[in-house]
Design a protein around this ligand. Structure first.
Ligand code: ZN
Length: 553
């Protein structure tokens, strides 16, 4: 095993790894053509979060830690959001190719904002993969062997659909008050889907009438109890206890659903539903390699609601470890060869106040005020009647000058000059700079420049004109009301880009790999294991996991 320590912050970990490298010989590769591939995505499972609670794992995360563990893995693009992140995992391509440049983007031909899994021209509530410009592992599996089944489930529509791709057999996501639902485009046998979803809906309804404390474990782990303290993040006051004090209020309607999504129970329900799908679809028992994609959303909702440094996230990660233990035990009981990969769609940052208390230079920037100030300045300086900047996300701003190219250049240059004078603005990139910043083939994700990171989530039809980078740990999120989100992700900094990538299969031996890898490497690796052809991808097959030559036949 090669251990490369490219960065100072890895040095201590690397010394430990060198010992492991010497002690543990490289293990056997994953089994060729397993009966089932399980692709698990834990939404917002930042690499540092996986590391922080590693010593507490006794269940599913401990099992996965005993396989091939990539400790320097990236969602390498700048737009570190859920839809782009999920779009890289089973396509082997960056968002610049998948076309999924954000959860929402402004279509430059129509000027309208579009949700990533909205169906253009259809009912606004319709959901589908139409905006995804490439194929996924599921398509390659089915093209190779028509008997292969592809099933995807998540707490979020965008996560389930991005993992499923264009030709899945069944796709489900959670819909508040309804349970796990699907959309007509996604299924080949609607009746079975409807029956299955309805059965689960009853379970979910029963849950919603149960005691609210059932959302959280009653036995809060000791490391989490030690983190308990009240917090004030902007206008949000948190009890800092588990279960959070908000849950003593009577649950009603959407409020209950919001509490449910931001609780460990939400992931357990998703995993329970996935187990039903394994059973009802006979996954792993067909003639070919089946794919089950599962995206677990609770970690993300908990991160946004409570931040990642408190007892709530601690309890969630330890609960996740336990529930994955049960899930894997049920996979074992199938008695078929299977392989599991676990990763995340992006990392995260904690609430800025807690980050600052922990000694990092952190704070909040009022993006609304910043863009308002920019527009006021531009109107005055260039004597304009209308504000020329559109968009609420400072990381992707659109200049609107009605096709006047001269005015466009004036607005762009003055906007850049003004923005660079503002506090905590680290960098401002133009559309032309980002479009031209294609990284050289083989560039390691840890070495990408800021412009290259933006290039990887840039699409000429769907991206804006100006890209603003704030100082690290400075969040453009301001909790204005008592129920606002307190923390998030989406920046091009490493804390939002670094994610775990773990491969495990029965018989796997531990290998800790520190060379930088990318989530786009997952799909070619799984394709090699399944022995299926892929189109030309951005990712490369991971040789610690697969016999990579297989992908070339
Ligand atoms: Zn996410």
């Amino acid at each position: 095993m090669v251990v490369r320590c490219s960065r100072l912050r890895r040095v201590v970990g690397c010394m430990v790894l060198l010992f492991v490298a010497i002690a543990a010989p490289a293990g056997a590769k994953a089994p060729d053509k397993p009966k089932l591939i399980v692709a698990l995505v834990v939404d917002q499972f930042a690499a540092d979060l996986f590391d922080r609670y590693r010593s507490t794992y006794t269940g599913g995360l401990k099992r996965l830690s005993g396989g091939i563990v990539y400790i320097d893995a990236y969602q390498s693009h700048a737009a570190t959001e859920t839809c782009p992140g999920h779009s890289t995992i089973l396509t082997g391509r960056h968002p610049s190719a998948t076309g999924i440049v954000g959860n929402v983007w402004r279509d430059r031909t129509t000027g309208k904002f579009l949700y990533c899994v909205a169906v253009p021209g259809a009912d606004p509530q319709a959901r589908g993969p139409e905006n995804l410009r490439v194929d996924t592992l599921g398509t390659w599996l089915k093209a190779s062997k028509p008997g292969a089944r592809v099933v995807s489930v998540s707490g979020k529509d965008r996560a389930a659909i991005m993992l499923a791709g264009h030709h899945a057999d069944a796709v489900y996501w959670w819909d508040d008050g309804k349970g796990f639902v699907t959309s007509s485009w996604a299924g080949t046998d609607g009746r079975a889907i409807a029956a299955s979803a309805q059965a689960f809906h009853h379970t979910a309804s029963a849950t919603s009438h149960a005691a609210v404390s059932a959302l959280w474990p009653t036995d809060v782990p000791a490391p989490c109890v030690a983190l308990e303290r009240p917090e004030l993040f902007g206008a949000v006051s948190l009890s800092g206890h588990v279960p959070p004090a908000g849950f003593v209020m009577a649950p009603d309607g959407n409020a209950f659903d919001e509490h449910l999504r931001a609780s460990p129970l939400f992931d357990r329900m998703t995993l329970d539903f996935a187990e039903r799908l394994i059973e009802s679809r006979h996954l792993g028992r067909g003639p070919a390699t089946d794919l089950l994609a599962i995206s677990l959303s609770a970690t993300d909702y908990i991160g946004h609601t409570y931040g990642k440094g408190g007892p709530e996230m601690c309890t969630q990660i330890i609960a996740l470890d336990r529930m994955l233990s049960t899930f894997f035990a049920n996979l074992d009981a199938l008695h078929v060869p299977y392989i599991v990969v676990l990763t995340a769609d992006h990392g995260s940052s904690d609430a800025a106040e807690r980050t600052a208390r922990n000694g990092l230079p952190a704070g909040r920037i009022d993006a609304r005020q910043l863009i308002g100030g920019l527009n006021a300045h531009l109107k005055q300086a260039l004597r304009l009647e209308k504000p020329p900047i559109e968009g609420g996300d400072p990381q992707d701003l659109t200049i609107s000058t009605g096709g006047n190219a001269t005015l466009y250049a004036l607005v762009r240059d003055e906007a850049i000059r003004w923005l660079r004078e503002q506090p905590h603005v680290a960098e401002v990139l133009t559309r032309a700079e980002v479009a031209a910043a294609a990284p050289a083939a083989g560039t390691s994700p840890d070495l990408l420049t800021m412009a290259e990171r933006f290039h990887e989530s840039f699409d000429p039809d769907r991206s804006g004109d100006l890209f603003v980078v704030f100082d690290p740990h400075w969040s453009a999120l301001v909790p204005r009301t008592p129920t606002s989100a307190v923390a998030g992700h989406g920046s091009p900094w490493d804390y939002d880009r670094l994610v775990p990538i773990l491969f495990w299969w029965p018989g796997a031996t531990t290998e800790i790999v520190s060379r930088p890898v990318d989530t786009v490497d997952i799909a070619p690796t799984l394709a090699a294991i399944a022995g299926v052809r892929t189109p030309l991808l951005a990712g490369t097959c991971l040789s610690e996991v697969a016999n990579c030559k297989i992908s070339i036949h």
